[in-house]
Design a protein around this ligand. Structure first.
Ligand code: DAV
Length: 377
């Protein structure tokens, strides 16, 4: 290759190897047209009988969409004011029914949590398989952006994991029926008896955390062992580690459970501690795992799928600066004591749309290269 053919720095659009290096370019979700999808095998156990979402489906109330969008737009503005380029996905008509040759379902979900769908690893953006039928086509909302990055950045890799069939064979039948006690649920997750079967590889992008050469992936309801194996074959230059958190009765996405803050420091949900034998890898490489502060709320906002632990679902803007939901004062105080600069942003109105600040974003570009943070293997 001659000098004139080699990509120039300005053509490099996609680059992000970890969760904390300085953020330069990000996708922030939008709430337009978001729906509560009809019940399906993947969602049943996550919606307890007493939940305000039981039996509900259809477009979310317009005033909640407006409020969520105001907070999402504000997040975009806060990031832009710090020099971060912000892109937004293109919503589809989520209220339409969708079908494949194997199944049909009454609506889609939305294009808030971009983190759930798109996994950025270095110069690659990978569309996850997903594990909910209602989220099967969600990658289409990101295609206009990924297409543009691909056209502008000659080194960008646009990849898609094999689309799963998501037939009934992908879910355990009658898993966690209503009369199962919380104790029994916790016993089942501790035994790694999860909702999804090993019929085919399944993973949601939000079950993956990036630590340079190492990828840490939660095995749970939305990601199965075949999904983790697929990721390790797909990223042969990475070490892929499966983790699980026995205290989480509904293990869906890792990012309200385990949150790396900077090299050497991870926040762990004190109700969902990483088991000792899985901690050893972090400890022998001099990483500290500390308990997150307790959330300030006893319950999530109405019509929300996630737990109060969205308090620790934060966005690192650089290794010293963290974006935190503005009512989570205990979490902010903990960050302050750890020496971080804290950027408080209002975000609770966006929670029902699928999560907090980490969920609501997906990296396009962070400074830095692929480093080995675990030299002792
Ligand atoms: O604690 O409900 C939420 C994670 C959403 N991405 C929880 C997990």
């Amino acid at each position: 290759m001659t000098g004139s053919e080699s990509p120039t720095a300005s053509q490099k659009i996609v680059n992000s190897w970890n969760e904390w290096d300085t953020l330069r370019h990000v996708i922030v979700g939008v709430a337009d047209g978001c729906c509560i999808p009809p019940s399906e095998p993947a969602s049943e156990p996550k919606i307890p009988t007493d939940s305000d979402m039981r039996g509900m489906h259809g477009p979310r109330p317009a005033e909640t969409v407006e409020k969520a969008n105001a907070q999402l737009d504000n997040l975009a503005r806060v990031l832009e004011e710090r020099g971060v380029k912000v892109d937004r996905p293109t919503p589809l008509n989520f209220s339409q029914a969708i079908a494949t040759p194997d199944w049909e379902t009454g609506s889609m979900f939305g294009c808030m949590p971009p983190r759930d769908v798109i996994l950025t690893v270095g110069n690659e953006m990978l569309e996850a398989t997903m594990s909910y039928r209602s989220r099967w086509f969600e990658y289409l909302c990101y295609r206009p952006l990924l297409k543009a990055y691909y056209e502008q950045d000659p080194n960008m890799r646009h990849e898609a994991a094999p689309k799963p069939r998501l037939t009934d064979a992908s879910y355990k039948k009658d898993y966690l029926s209503d009369d199962i006690t919380m104790e029994e649920r916790l016993r089942m997750v501790a035994a790694k008896d999860f909702l999804t079967t090993e019929e085919e590889p399944l993973f949601d992008a939000a079950d993956v955390l990036r630590f340079g050469r190492d990828l840490v992936v939660q095995h749970g309801f939305t990601t199965n062992l075949k999904g983790i194996d697929w990721l390790s074959r797909h990223f042969p230059n990475h070490r892929v580690h499966a983790v699980d958190f026995p205290g989480d009765a509904y293990p869906i996405h890792i990012d309200a459970t385990f949150t790396p803050l900077r090299p050497g420091l991870i926040l762990n949900n004190p109700e969902r501690r990483l088991p000792d034998e899985q901690r050893a890898f972090f400890h022998r490489n001099d990483w500290e795992i500390i308990d997150a502060a307790r959330p300030m709320h006893n319950s999530p906002p109405p019509l929300c799928y996630s737990s109060v632990w969205l308090s620790m679902n934060i966005l690192m803007v650089d290794p010293k600066t963290v974006c935190v939901e503005e009512t989570e004062t205990a979490q902010m105080e903990q960050f302050d004591k750890l020496g971080f600069e804290v950027l408080p942003v209002p975000f609770r109105d966006a929670y029902p749309f699928g999560g907090a600040l980490h969920c609501a974003t997906t990296d396009v570009y962070r400074d830095g290269d692929c480093e080995d943070y675990f030299p002792k293997g």
